[in-house]
Structures are given as C-alpha cells and as structure tokens.
Design a protein around this ligand. Sequence first.
Ligand SMILES: Nc1ncnc2c1ncn2[C@@H]1O[C@H](COP(=O)(O)OP(=O)(O)OP(=O)(O)O)[C@@H](O)[C@H]1O
Ligand SMILES: [Mg+2]
Length: 400
Amino acid sequence: MPWQQAGNSSYYTSEPQPQWQSDANAGAPSMSAPGLGSPGCSSWHVPPPDTSSGTHGQPMPGLGKGKGTFTYEELALATGDFSAANLLGQGGFGHVHKGVLPCGRAVAVKQLKSGSGQGEREFRAEVDIIGRVHHRHLVSLVGHCVAGDRRMLVYEFVPNKTLEFHLHGKGLPAMAWATRLRIALGAAKGLAYLHEDCHPRIIHRDIKSANILLDDNFEAMVADFGLAKLTSGDSDSETHVSTRVMGTFGYLAPEYASSGKLTEKSDVFSYGVTLLELVTGRRPVDARRPLLEEDDGLVDWARPAMARALASGDYGGVSDPRLEGGYEPAEMARVVACAAACVRQSAKKRPKMGQVVRALEGDMSLEDLNEGVRPGRSGVFDAAAESSGYRKEAPAATGS
Ligand SMILES: Nc1ncnc2c1ncn2[C@@H]1O[C@H](COP(=O)(O)OP(=O)(O)OP(=O)(O)O)[C@@H](O)[C@H]1O
Ligand SMILES: [Mg+2]
C-alpha cells in the first residue's frame, strides 16, 4: 500500500548496515553509545541464552541477539513492574515507562501495542538499523525486547519532557526566544542527519513538538525516528489507512495525507509546522475548535500572515504574544522564512533539512533558501498565493 512505501526504494532497507556515527558537523560529541555509558550497563546487553525471544524462542543469527537485547523480566525489574508511578505517558504506539537499569542508567521503555507490529525477524532487523543511529540531537535506542507477542523499545531517558509540554503546558513560563531558536536548530540538525547522513536515509514520519524531547539545558533531542516504519505492519496484511501509522494530524504533509507519497519532504513539512508552533505559540490544530472543511489549522492561518510579516519586517502578526516582542528581528525573519518554505504546498519546493540548518544559522541567504521557486517571484512571499490555491479537499498535489 502506498502509504507504507517510501518514495524511493533506497529507503530503509534491512541489509546489514555500517555503524552510523554522530554527525561530524554537529559540533559536539555524540551521546554515548547504547550500553556503553557506565560500568555495569553492558551486562544488560548480554542476556542469558534463549531468554530474549520469549515463546518464540529461536535464536536469530545477526539480528539482535546479545547486545541491546533485554528480557521481559529485566525490563519489568527496571520499571517496577511497569508501575503506574513510573508511567511517563502514552502515545499512539503504547505506554512509556521510566526505568532504571542495575548500573543506574535511566531509560524510557516503550511497549508497542500488540497487533500493531511485524514479525520478530523484521522487527529485530528494523531495530538493528535504528540502534545504529547516534547523534547529539537524536534520542538513542538502547535496546529492545521481544517476548512472545510483546515488543518493547528501550530508549535513553531524556529528563526535561517535551517541546509540546513547555510550549503549551498550563501554568509554565513563556519559553524565551533564544531557547526556541536553539531547539529549532537542534531538531533541524537531528533531522538533517537522518535524511542526509544515514545510509540508507531515514524518514522520521512523525515529526511534531511531542516528539522533540528536551534535556536539562533545553537542547532538542528528536525521538521516535523509524518508529512508524517499525509498527506499520506487513504491507500485505494492512487493510486500512491509519492516521497514527502515517503521522499525527495537523503535521501531515498534504501529499502524504492524500496519496501516501512519502519522501524526506514530508518530514520537512512537519518540521515546518513545528517551527510555526515555536514562532506563534499556537497548536497545529486547536483541540477546542474542531477542524472545519475550509480551515486547515495553523498552516493555513500562518501562510498569509508569514507572507505579510516577511514583506513588512513586522512580525507582530505571527509571533507568540507571550514573547512580548522579546526577539531579534533578524533571527525571527530567518525562522519565519524557514517555516514558510518548509510548509510549501509543493514538496519539491520545500528546502532540504541541511539547507534549513544553514539558513537558521544565518549561513545561507533567505533567497538561496528559496531556490527552485518560480523565477521572477520571491518564494518567501509566495505563501499567500500558495495558501489561496489550496484546499484540504483538493486532490493531491498537482505536480507538487
Ligand atoms: N526517551 C524518553 N525519555 C523521557 N521521556 C520519554 C521518552 N520517550 C517518551 N517519553 C515520554 O513518554 C510520553 C509518551 O511518549 P510517546 O512517544 O509514546 O507519545 P507521543 O510522543 O505523544 O506520541 P507518538 O506516539 O506519536 O510518539 C511522552 O509524553 C514523553 O514525554
Ligand atoms: Mg513520541
């Protein structure tokens, strides 16, 4: 089915892959490799023979036995029997519990809903790929567990909740502009690494503020990459389109939502929506106001508002009122220009994430960011025109 296929067959194979290392361009050391962070942790990655496969029990040569493999009992012990007190939250894929390994390392254990996953061999192969990705702005997978029908993923624990929480949580102080900009840049670097430095490339499929975790310094760490692929099931047995499998409502690129066409540019769109959240302080879809046919939420509202702001240099109409004007206009111009470019209706006119990183850092002119847009027009100021030509019920991207 189309929504389960990448736009390019080179996407995400299960072939043995080289160990991916942290982005040399990231300018900082990578997070520690799974299981190697502190003494004693490594013992968790060499479980006793035949305990990790549960009732399925057969060893899978080269597919995750040993390093990174946990037994159900080990994870139950780490999470206090998956106690309510250790419940961090619940997303579309299942419950997430905090756990502590015997070495003292904190982890987040995600239990995938049963029935949503794939066979053991495919699961281990996908996990193996995700587990090789390490970057300072990506949440590392520490390991996994297969026990009978149960599938669990063990991630490094990121201590300071999510961008969604800090941006939209009740009773919290407004997030400073400098913090927002740092988070925008960190998330862009993490995503650029998945798209441009991983081989095969990885499309996240579920970029949103809830999947940008924050450390104690408010550095962004992108979570859940590869997860949608992991749980999307077997393409032959999948019988319905699930918004959950595709991504999250309010963040979906139009061509992906309507035809299942999946490329890096659908991630770029979702990232653009997240940038809009950072700029405006608004949610992509207002839960109190059901989405109407003629209203596509934040993106439709923001396109003309961004065009006006970029044309006039007055960002009062788009910026979060809680910032009270507390931002550098040149920085705001960069972020708004990136957001406008990322949420273009036309996927091919959206920038690559590497370009977004450079534009946010001020290393690329905003004109260059808009290369490929119709000659004679400034792409930055195209937003209003794009918006007026697009309606949710329109057929998928004509020539997008
Ligand atoms: N590695 C982690 N470290 C700390 N907390 C985490 C970690 N992963 C997830 N969480 C927390 O667990 C909660 C649930 O996460 P989960 O990913 O299941 O849901 P979600 O991100 O809201 O939706 P989605 O299913 O689309 O990812 C989140 O609120 C998040 O704060
Ligand atoms: Mg998540």
